[in-house]
Design a protein around this ligand. Structure first.
Ligand SMILES: Nc1ncnc2c1ncn2[C@@H]1O[C@H](COP(=O)(O)OP(=O)(O)O)[C@@H](O)[C@H]1O
Ligand SMILES: [Mg+2]
Length: 222
């Protein structure tokens, strides 16, 4: 059991706290924020409550997302390097004193500190040419591999320098939990789904760069 009693998270999303592994500073441990899981659960209608809490357990969803056919096919065909070009290496689940953690590669900047997100980059430097090129490479990788994701959000993409250029890594939002496996197995359908995620990703980047006069949800309805 990993003891996180003396640790502080280096970052937190809405649903999970992220810690550096106390015995291995190159690993990231993500544990659920129980208060948010409970709040989300309580907000659901009864019919959805009956389906249980696992549906809204982001660690369980992420474990399942790594089992998706596009990833498993690449791994079994010896193309692991392609998978981990834009995803942190994933090491499954481990018990900790704060509950089960998903264990992944910790993405680091040049000072060996946790690397910034695309959201932070856009705020500091805007959508400059090196980042436009990085986004294009990331989107090409999605289309080329057929890996399915949820909506792509800048705070869920971390930027790492590889071969002297920035590269995006998806740290959260892998998988398409609402899509039936049979549909996801159809290549033409998958390409359409991915094209829509990419379109929406560019719209989201524009929204992040704008005055945010409307919330993201509102701006989608305009
Ligand atoms: N593997 C990682 N390497 C570096 N930073 C990470 C990594 N995973 C997550 N982070 C940081 O932690 C934040 C929260 O992680 P995330 O998985 O998005 O949590 P949540 O599920 O709560 O949204 C991210 O926005 C990012 O800043
Ligand atoms: Mg997140």
């Amino acid at each position: 059991m990993i003891d996180l009693g003396a640790s502080q998270p280096f970052a937190s999303g809405y649903n999970r706290h992220c810690f550096r592994h106390p015995d291995d500073p190159l690993l990231c441990l993500k544990v659920l924020r129980p208060e948010n899981i409970e709040a989300r659960y309580q907000r659901q209608p009864l019919a959805k409550k009956l389906l249980g809490k696992r549906r809204i357990d982001d660690n369980a969803q992420e474990l399942k997302a790594h089992q998706q056919s596009a990833i498993q096919r690449l791994l079994s065909q010896g193309h692991a390097e392609t998978v981990w070009q834009h995803l942190p290496r994933f090491h499954g689940s481990q018990p900790t004193t704060l509950g089960h953690a998903n264990v992944s590669e910790l993405l680091l900047d040049d000072q060996q500190q946790p690397a910034p997100t695309l959201e932070q980059y856009l705020q500091r430097r805007g959508f400059d040419q090196p980042m436009a090129d990085a986004v294009r490479r990331f989107c090409h990788w999605l289309q080329h591999t057929g890996i399915l994701t949820r909506n792509l959000l800048p705070h869920n993409l971390v930027i790492v320098t590889r071969n002297h250029q920035p590269e995006l890594f998806l740290v959260d939002g892998l998988g398409a939990p609402t899509i039936p496996d049979k549909l996801a197995a159809l290549p033409a359908w998958r390409q359409r789904y991915i094209a829509r995620r990419i379109q929406r990703f560019y719209r989201r980047i524009e929204w992040e760069l704008g005055d945010r006069a409307h919330s993201w949800e509102q701006s989608q309805k305009l």
